[in-house]
Design a protein around this ligand. Sequence first.
Ligand code: IFM
Length: 447
Amino acid sequence: MNKNNATLRAQFGPDFEFGTATSAYQIEGHQFGGAGRTHWDDFAATPGNVVRAEHGAVACDHYHRYAEDFDLIQAAGFDSYRFSTSWARVLPEGRGAVNQEGLDYYDRLVDALLERGLKPNLTLYHWELPSALADLGGWRNRDIAHWFADYAQIIAARLGDRLHAIAPINEPWCVSFLSHFVGAHAPGLRDIRAAVRSMHHVLLAHGTAITALREMGQTNLGGVFNLEWSGPADETPAAQEAALMHDAYYNRFFLEGVFQKSYPNRLMPTFEPHLPKGWQDDFDTIGAPLDWCGINYYTRSLIAPSDGPWPHHHAVAGPLPKTQMGWEIYPEGLYKFLMRLKDEYNITMPIYVTENGMAHEDQIAEGQIADPQRIAYIQDHLDAVARARNEGVNVQGYYVWSLLDNYEWALGYEKRFGLIHVDFDTLERTPKASYHWLKDNLSRPAP
Ligand code: IFM
């Protein structure tokens, strides 16, 4: 029960979609089923990139255990499941020959969801780029838009008749900036030109795939953006300006590109020399109409000015309680972003919170996992969603990240985001208290 003593189902109404989310490389076990090598395998194999050099070869072995995992999703009362297909599992070289075993696997997955009354919400790219495409420059190469659209069509041709929703790319900021400027994710570049070009290409690939999917008659197509609230570290004009710059390259570049067919002016002096020739002509593709907008929200950053090259700022530790990731817990940011989507981007289409959740140092004691912090986190963020809905934002669903403890990328298996604990030695699943709390909240009255 939530603190208002009504179930979440009663609070949000029968049509609000509650789901949970995962991604392919983080849970499947990439060594199984003939998948091709990815840039995450390469990145993890390079010392210093990933905690304990961990990788996704086995992960949660969802490849073999998906039925058990889907039973748990169904038993909790979720409506929907957001998952991704791995490009390298389906096209081991990124293009050309299809790995039938991979496609068959995803076919079984979709059927298994439908058999359990769960809506399959598919993301086509959640970060495991085939190494063969990384060799060709990956997201720095404009051709990726067509490679990606071809892959999207292969998936849609096989699964499209049974999918509830499709989004091309999870978190364009992470695919581009985090991976090519910060260097924290594969391919681990720290290069402004690579970053800016990949930021543009990731949006171009998104729009090219949307267009290709529409041509095949696919419906319910969306985009999934990761948004982080940017706050000034103090009241000085310099800090305010630093926060606006952070907001521009983190959040606004992607929202403005897709929903307004332009990029923030504030970025242009730095970005324009690096954008590929003719970039202005790509906006009709980038801004291809969508049916829904997904946002992944976790935290805020406090930004202070600093010397040195662009972006002339750095993040400072904030005062709020933090998750195992060291991320401040700031539900107000989710409310403010939802209001921004309505008030500044005039978004009236359905909005989904496609990821929200927290990592915590969960411990098993006598087969039980008490995670009251996660329950409070979810509850407080759902309260933010409810406030925005009351103020006219068309939010129609919320997905918890994540179903299972899983591979948290450069941070390995240590950060536990799951509603379900995974013992990475035995691969045993144990639902946490937050899972049971959601189950109590999501059950529907008998017809
Ligand atoms: O685990 C990630 C996921 O792959 C993308 N969104 C954020 C999550 C937590 O960091």
